[in-house]
Design a protein around this ligand. Sequence first.
Ligand code: ATP
Ligand code: MG
Length: 398
Amino acid sequence: MHELFTTGNIILKTLESHGYKGYFVGGCVRDHHMGRTINDVDITTDALPEDIERIFEHTIDVGKEHGTIIVLVEDTPFEVTTFRTESEYSDFRRPDQVIFTRDLYSDLERRDFTMNAMAMNDDFTIIDPYDGMDAISHRMIATVGLASERFNEDALRILRAARFSSQLQFEVSEETRRAMAEHAENLRHVAVERSVTELTKLYLGMDPKRGKVLVVDTRLNKYLPFFDRVDDASFLRTDVRSLEDELALQIHLSPELAQSLSALKLSNAVKSYIGNIIRLLDMVDSASIRELAYGFDTGILANAISMIQANGWLETGDRRAHLQSALNMKPALPIADASEIDLDGHALMTLFNARGGRWIRTVLTAVEQEILYGRLENDRYKIIEWVKAHVEFEAGDI
Ligand code: ATP
Ligand code: MG
């Protein structure tokens, strides 16, 4: 039994000792049944959030109004959520109101797919009222209840179906697939952050190609920001293992897409990664090996190499070899970046008894190039000598 279930069992037993019921639920039960790696274990209970906080010593309120409290056992966090049913949906996404219930079956009924609507109790028997185990054995994604209704309630589920098809390499049942296409338009109402989470998982799944084909077949891409601007052929042309790489390649293919990127509300780190990949692909044919080695991080160079390998059409002549040489050269560069230059702006100002200004950058950039190409040693005194010999100050500079 996975360690997380052993630790989580402490929570189930504690709930029971206080007269409540507790079960493992959702993705962890599915993954356990399939023999997949377990990353996190969720627990569902008839105890109310206040009860959970009272019973357990270490808790964090992460969404009490939705019934979710994090319980820490031996420093491991578990999401413990009160059994819920959901009322009317009016905006295709958030339920109008959360209703707690005492009944496990109603809690399972509100879950998206039959494979995700199973619970497991403290002796590890699986409670499976919607035939989730049968769906798993047929490698099939099907909604709990009528697909059309379930997607009409919450459009995010449509995208989740595509994400699971890639993640688990499952088919989608006929009825569920038809309803995906029928309600695709409602994806417009889903918060972009939620869509991005599901898309990220789709690309990290076992079979992103399968997920993408399903997305195109059901026309989900027509209702997703950024992707609504990418034609199907370009979308299907790429073979990538992350959302970032997809976005970078699509912008590389059609630079005007860059202006649609902000609609996805990505983090600065992700945007910077995408920017670097695009810049690298733009430069690779004209830049020297040394420039590429100095200008890009190891991760960017390595990922660009894998991208070219997976997408033969990106290879023109010897791009991949060129990037590999840059990657190999990195450890041998005299400096990894400008901060390693053995003289900074302040030292320059003191040395020349001058005020700061644009001249500092000009001088440091020149010094950087000299060092990078091995014409000048990265040594404070050598650099000072070089600056004295090569830089002429004009009256206006000082
Ligand atoms: P993963 O392994 O990627 O975490 P998961 O199945 O655990 O997959 P989560 O997004 O973590 O997916 O959701 C946990 C559980 O909550 C699901 O298994 C499902 O039972 C339920 N669930 C999540 N999102 C929805 C939704 N939009 N509608 C109905 N049920 C949902
Ligand atoms: Mg999960």
